[in-house]
Write a new protein. Structure first.
Length: 410
């Protein structure tokens, strides 16, 4: 039986809820198939059309063909599996490396170590030092990473203060622990500071345990929402009145959340790894069930969004179909300098080795997908974040010769 929230969920903004009709589902599925199968072009839109009976085809945004020429510069090199990059004051960038468990500050092309966390971070498989969040106004930094507590592995989120020169961390505090970890598989963990409140959103993986995504008292396979300083559950969370871990839960039924991004309208979107099919981009609805339920055992043949489950499952806004491209980090593109790409969601792909720009209308319906040729051929791409001037910061994930790239429209 589907769990019932103890309080009425309240959305982050007044933006319209996503359409859940068959049209949105068919558009997402077909657009994903187009994305996986068509040859790459410089900036050619891939129409989000549908052949479903009774469905009205969504017109492609033909202005996407006028996407700007992109400039790609290397701003940091000689990294190993950089998982995240965030902008800090003074033009600095803060970078996390998963396996080295190292935090670095990059400025004017020079890297220096901010903190070696290798004694604190548990590294195994897909888990290590993962996502970052930076509040430049208060020089506060959050990091998500694998850890060991009383002989058991977990994923946790920790907060530090940073000195004015960005050379030293202090005032360490664990914001949230107990996110499940097993072998290190499906460690997930993407952080996002909500622009409109004091909330910190935390996307988590299911740790490859089939019961975690729909168990509201497990923190795995969820998007969690806590106070960024205290770690307390936000009072308007959908299960805030509960006494267990479910009070932290914002959404559930996820497989392995890799990206979180907040749109200009305040809505929050997640990017998720599929199994052998159906990477997903989801628009998050408080209390929403996103339909991953690989039980009994860990049966990855089930749909990413299983609409046969009890209750209502939220349809994906975009799905890769088959095969996957291993979508990862994402950021909303902003600024007139981006031309027709302004307002799109830029999504990094690991297996697909590209950045994909997706345009959604105000109701969350996919309109077109653009794959600039300039952002292919760079290898596996892990994170996409926004610089304050509107540029995109991208990390590669190819091994010991990884880079941080700055992508600018010319």
């Amino acid at each position: 039986m589907r769990p019932t929230p103890r309080t009425t969920p309240r959305p982050l903004s007044t933006a319209p809820a996503p359409r859940r009709a068959a049209l949105a589902v068919s558009l997402a599925a077909l657009a994903g198939s187009l994305l996986a199968g068509l040859p790459t072009s410089a900036a050619q839109p891939e129409p989000a059309t549908s052949a479903a009976p009774g469905a009205t085809a969504a017109p492609a945004d033909r202005s996407a063909a006028q996407a700007p020429v992109l400039r790609v510069r290397t701003v940091a090199r000689r990294l190993a599996h950089p998982w995240d990059v965030q902008q800090a004051p003074g033009g600095r960038l803060v970078v996390s490396e998963r396996d080295r468990a190292r935090l670095s500050v990059v400025r004017k092309g020079k890297r220096r170590t901010l903190a070696d966390l290798s004694r604190s971070v548990w590294v195994s498989g897909e888990t290590g030092l993962l996502s970052l969040a930076v509040d430049p106004g208060s020089r506060t930094l959050w990091a998500c990473y694998g850890a060991t507590r009383r002989g058991r592995h977990e994923v946790r989120v920790t907060r530090w203060r940073v000195d004015p020169a960005w050379r030293r961390l202090s005032h360490r505090a664990v914001v949230l622990g107990g996110i499940p970890a097993t072998s290190g598989r499906h460690g997930g963990c993407r952080l996002l500071l909500d622009r409109d409140s004091d909330a910190l959103l935390i996307g988590t993986g299911d740790a490859a345990v089939g019961t975690h995504p729909r168990d509201l008292d497990s923190l795995g396979g969820k998007v969690l929402r806590v106070h960024r300083r205290t770690g307390a559950a936000m009072p308007d969370n959908p299960f805030a009145g509960a006494s267990g871990k479910r009070r932290f839960v914002w959404t559930y039924g996820h497989r392995n959340v890799q990206g979180l991004a907040q749109r200009a309208d305040g809505s929050v979107w997640s990017v998720e790894h599929g199994s052998y099919r159906d990477d997903e981009v989801n628009r998050l609805v408080p209390g929403g069930d996103y339909g991953w339920n690989p039980v009994p055992g860990y049966d990855e043949s089930v749909p990413m969004t299983d609409h046969s489950l009890p209750g209502e499952q939220q349809a994906a806004a975009w799905s890769s179909g088959r095969p996957t491209i291993a979508t990862s980090g994402a950021a909303w593109v902003s600024g007139a300098q981006w031309g027709s790409l302004d307002g799109t969601l830029a999504v990094a792909a690991l297996k697909g080795s590209r950045v994909v720009f997706m345009r959604f209308d105000r109701d969350g319906v996919l309109r077109d997908v653009v794959r600039p040729r300039r952002l292919t051929g760079l290898g596996r791409l892990r994170s996409v974040t926004s610089a304050r001037n509107g540029d995109l910061l991208v990390t590669t994930d190819n091994g010991a010769r990884d880079r941080v790239l700055r992508v600018s429209p010319r």
